[in-house]
Design a protein around this ligand. Structure first.
Ligand code: HEM
Length: 518
């Protein structure tokens, strides 16, 4: 049974304003900071200020801290009572499992009183279960590992495996057959691209960018070529190992000299005289999950052009971590191949068909990135609106109007990205894979290009709104700092912005009836 809190009048609190007896009021509660003040990360003098010590420090507190600070158990112990005559206040803070009530912080279909044609009860049940899983199991681990750079803990990975998260991250398809998805909440045959959109968006909402990539990002891009183009024997061995989390797989295409321009790859695969093996030489760079991967889906230059080969970690293959601007959790690697011997039966999609294998992956990969970008943009809008709501601005500050107009632009971008994404997802649900490749390559490229530009613009706006707080890795600006630092990365992965815009327009021109005139 919860113990009843003591009640203090404001006058009584005001008497505790000395170094050896120091109380403050925050919202409806009284905190005894006498012993904490010495260790306070913001220092003692700020709390000894006559306007703070023994006074209502709510405005000052929320001008400098996130609400999460007060919910930490060690700081909850400082709470000694409540203020007489003040109604109990339930603060809506943090990123718990509950739906946010901040306008534009959730996609419309999750906002109370709004409607959407795209989602049914199965999506709603799935979303609730996903949010619970991510906020209660994954997020606490993510907050630690993002800083320390470690991989997600085994306990977290085991829980993600229990609900078949790796298989669900690959989207609808045969690979889901016979699996219990999300504790049975959704049947494999019902699982559609909106379920997958929800999965990606809950992940993007809950974890920071680096940790998110550590949760099997390599599998999302590295395994489909095996599923779609591997021989039966290879699939029977590798797919279950990867989907059960026993082995890690990554995609290794980009190179130091060529970037992601597949026509300029230098890594070679040459057949042994008996024609049984490939001998691979060269290197790959910026390979997500590469540091700890067991399998590498590798693009190689061969006699017939470009060939994709599944390479197992074996003698001659080495990986080294690359220090990046985000966390080391995803194990971004430099991979070298020194006469690595691989059976020819590990060829994916046939010799010389590498471009086709690589391109067939792109639509899904880019769409996944759009899901995450749209959701992160909403999160940044939420951070900005919360900050504007909690921070008290003294007097008539003329910059406030300008900041509001920045938030207006951010909301417009986030809503545009999400609404366009939902429309494309609806098309994906109603098209065969072949049709998707034909009709959606252009729109998905354009959406990805738009989303990553919008995200970078919103990161800049958010930085202006948070001011210098946005430079800090701790405190109120923690999320915005991370977002601003890592968001440009999305504009490069899966095709650079300019390349994708160009591709989208070229596809549109190709689809034009040739006899169209002004
Ligand atoms: C229950 C009371 C308080 C607790 C538990 C607390 C805790 C903290 C913590 C953990 C930080 C590190 C940054 C962060 O994580 O947000 C911090 C920073 C700070 N705190 Fe407090 N604080 C309290 C009250 C106050 C009050 C009343 C003031 C008065 C103005 C204050 C002023 C500051 C300042 C100036 C900083 C440095 C800000 C920064 O680094 O951005 N704190 N506090």
């Amino acid at each position: 049974m919860a113990t009843k809190m003591r009640t203090f009048s404001r006058e009584e609190v005001s008497k505790h304003n000395r170094r050896d007896d120091l109380w403050v009021i925050i919202e409806d509660s009284v905190y005894d900071l006498t012993h904490f003040a010495e260790e306070h990360p913001g220092g003692l003098p700020v709390i000894m200020d006559p306007e703070i010590a023994g006074q209502d420090a709510t405005a000052a507190f929320y001008g400098l801290h996130r609400h999460e600070v007060l919910s930490k158990p060690e700081y909850q112990l400082l709470r000694i009572g409540v203020v007489e005559g003040v109604e109990a206040i339930k603060i809506l803070g943090g990123r718990g499992p509950q739906l946010s009530r901040v306008p534009h912080a959730e996609p419309t279909w999750l906002a109370e009183g709004y409607h959407s044609p795209y989602y049914n009860q199965s999506h709603r049940d799935f979303q609730m279960a996903m949010r619970l899983l991510f906020s209660e199991v994954v997020m606490p681990d993510a907050l630690v590992k993002e800083e320390t750079g470690g991989q997600p803990s085994q306990e977290v990975m085991d829980k993600l495996m229990d609900c078949n998260l790796p298989a669900m991250r690959l989207g609808p398809g045969k690979h889901l057959q016979g699996r219990k998805l999300m504790y049975g909440i959704v049947k494999p045959e019902e699982y559609d691209y909106f379920h997958e959109l929800i999965l990606n968006q809950e992940l993007a909402r809950s974890v920071m960018r680096g940790y998110g990539d550590a949760i099997l990002s390599g599998l999302v891009i590295g395994l489909p070529p095996v599923i779609n183009f591997g021989n039966e024997q290879l699939k029977a061995r590798v797919v279950p190992e990867a989907l059960s989390g026993k082995k890690t797989i990554c995609l290794a295409i980009s190179e130091a000299q060529a970037g992601s321009d597949v026509s300029g790859l230098h890594t070679t695969a040459v057949k042994t005289p008996d024609g049984e093996h490939w001998i691979i030489n060269g290197s790959k760079k910026w390979i997500t999950n590469g540091v700890y991967a067991d399998y590498f889906t590798v693009g190689c230059k061969t006699e017939d052009g470009l060939t994709v080969i599944l390479v197992e970690r074996s003698p001659g293959l080495e990986t080294r971590p690359i220090k990046t601007s985000y966390s080391s959790s995803p194990g971004t690697a430099f991979v070298t191949f020194d006469n690595v011997k691989v059976p020819v039966s590990n060829t994916l999609g046939g010799e010389g068909n590498g471009i086709f294998v690589i391109l067939s992956n792109f639509n899904h990969e880019r769409w996944v990135m759009c899901c995450c970008s749209a959701r992160s943009q909403m999160l940044v809008v939420e951070e900005c609106l919360k900050w504007m709501n909690q921070r008290i601005v003294e007097g008539d500050d003329p910059t406030q109007g300008a900041l509001r107009s920045r938030v207006a632009a951010m909301i417009a971008r986030a809503e545009t990205t999400q609404n366009w994404l939902e429309n494309i997802t609806h098309q994906m649900c109603n098209m065969s894979y072949k049709e998707q490749a034909k009709k959606l390559a252009g729109p998905i490229s354009l959406l990805k290009s738009y989303a990553t530009q919008a995200a970078q613009d919103s990161a800049k706006d958010a930085m202006q709104i948070f001011g210098s707080h946005g430079l800090q890795k701790t405190g109120v600006g923690l999320f915005v700092e991370h977002y601003y630092r890592t968001v440009p990365f999305d504009a490069l992965l899966g095709g650079a912005e300019d390349v994708l815009s160009d591709l989208g327009v070229r596809q549109a021109l190709r689809a034009m009836p040739k006899n169209t005139r002004l």
